[in-house]
Ligand binder design. Structure first.
Ligand SMILES: [Zn+2]
Length: 366
């Protein structure tokens, strides 16, 4: 190559590289919802899952399959991973685990875990349950974060002690407490941090519970587990860790809808007002003030992943689409029930929809 051509080629390469990194830089400034992108930390020092050693990261448990008890680290992961059942599709775990169980790294001479539990990002402590008998979660802390303009709630459960107060501002990596085994069904050997990343279904949840489930304990208010829908937390953290310039809202809004349901006419639900990115057909615009119906897309675990306005005229809730794989797999106990050769929304799905569509002045009567 003649020298002049070579230099021109080099100049072009440098310019292209600069343009490319500028493009990434611009992309890094704001997320899908207009807020800043975030950089999440792990909630304890244990990050073995990053190094391909999930068996050291997750606290497993004994699972019974075909009458045999088997220890498996998969029992500490997120998803349908507990309570095996024989189905025409083979053995399936039909009970959903809405978070992950992270094993301790440090223990003292008596085997007591010592790991610090830390907040994965800057935020505000919105709930602390100090009474270990008050919940299956034992002592737990909830921190509210604003990620790309959207509110997320991280939950840290089974703590031995908590070191923060409600209302306190915390910074990424700051200690919230010590890993433990408070709550139900745990002992020192299986001490772990149960960790969740949640969306809140409705800020007016208290009204719904008062009317529809008055016998449920109201001590946790809107931080009740039924009002918190957990995303796959380690998937989200490792995704964010490996692609620090990528939007986690873009990742979440590309999740597949396993089942959809239509809800009768009305204004957009509180969830959509707080998370407009859930409306995929809105293309970044605010959702309409009213629609003939709303089509809610759920994961197989019953977490809403999309809410779209629809022209369908209906008088009550109707089942929309079902992913054929999900039906065949039997992994849908939180949302579908079998009816003859087909499927129907089950009572949990109907309750979830009524929570999502509760307004400050009205609880749906369906
Ligand atoms: Zn757990």
């Amino acid at each position: 190559m003649p020298q002049a051509v070579f230099y021109r080629a080099c100049l072009l390469a440098v310019l292209l590289a600069l343009c490319d990194s500028f493009g990434e830089y611009v992309a890094a400034q704001s997320g899908t919802n207009g807020g800043d992108l975030v950089s999440l930390a792990f909630p304890t020092e244990n990050d073995a899952v990053l190094n391909g050693r999930p068996e050291y990261f997750y606290m497993g448990l004994d699972r019974r399959i075909a009458g045999r008890l088997e220890w498996s680290w998969e029992g500490g992961t997120y998803g349908y991973i507990r309570n095996s059942r024989s189905t025409p599709a083979g053995w399936r775990f039909t009970r959903f685990h809405e978070g992950v169980d992270i094993a301790p790294i440090y223990r003292d001479g008596n085997g007591e875990p010592l790991d610090e539990v830390r907040t994965v990002d800057d935020g505000r402590v919105v709930y602390v349950n100090r009474s270990p008998s008050g919940s299956d979660y034992g002592r737990y802390v909830v921190v509210k974060h604003l990620w790309e303009g959207s509110a997320f709630y991280t939950l840290y459960a089974h703590l031995a002690e908590t070191t923060v107060r409600i209302g306190e501002r915390v910074q990424r990596g700051q200690q919230l407490g010590v890993l433990g085994y408070s709550g139900s069904g745990l002992d020192r050997d299986r001490a772990h941090l149960h960790f969740e990343i949640n969306l809140m279904l409705n800020e007016h949840y208290d009204l719904w519970q008062e009317e529809r489930r008055p016998r449920w304990s109201s001590r946790h208010g809107r931080y009740h587990g039924f009002n918190l829908a957990g995303v796959s937390p380690i998937e989200l953290i490792t995704y964010n860790f490996r692609r620090p310039r990528a939007s986690i809202l873009a990742m979440l809004s590309s999740e597949r809808e396993d089942v959809t349901a239509f809800v009768p006419a009305g204004p957009p639900p509180n969830l959509l007002e707080r998370h407009p990115w859930l409306c995929r057909s809105c293309n970044g615009d605010p959702p309409p003030d009213w629609a003939w119906s709303w089509e809610v897309g759920f994961t197989r675990a019953g977490r809403p992943v999309s809410i779209e306005p629809s022209d369908l005229h209906i008088a009550s809730i109707e089942l929309g689409r079902i992913d054929a794989l999900v039906r065949a797999d039997y992994l849908h106990s939180r949302i579908l029930t079998r009816r003859g050769p087909g499927s129907a929304l089950n009572s949990t799905a109907r309750l979830l929809l009524s929570v999502i569509f509760t307004r400050p002045d009205q609880v749906p009567n369906w």
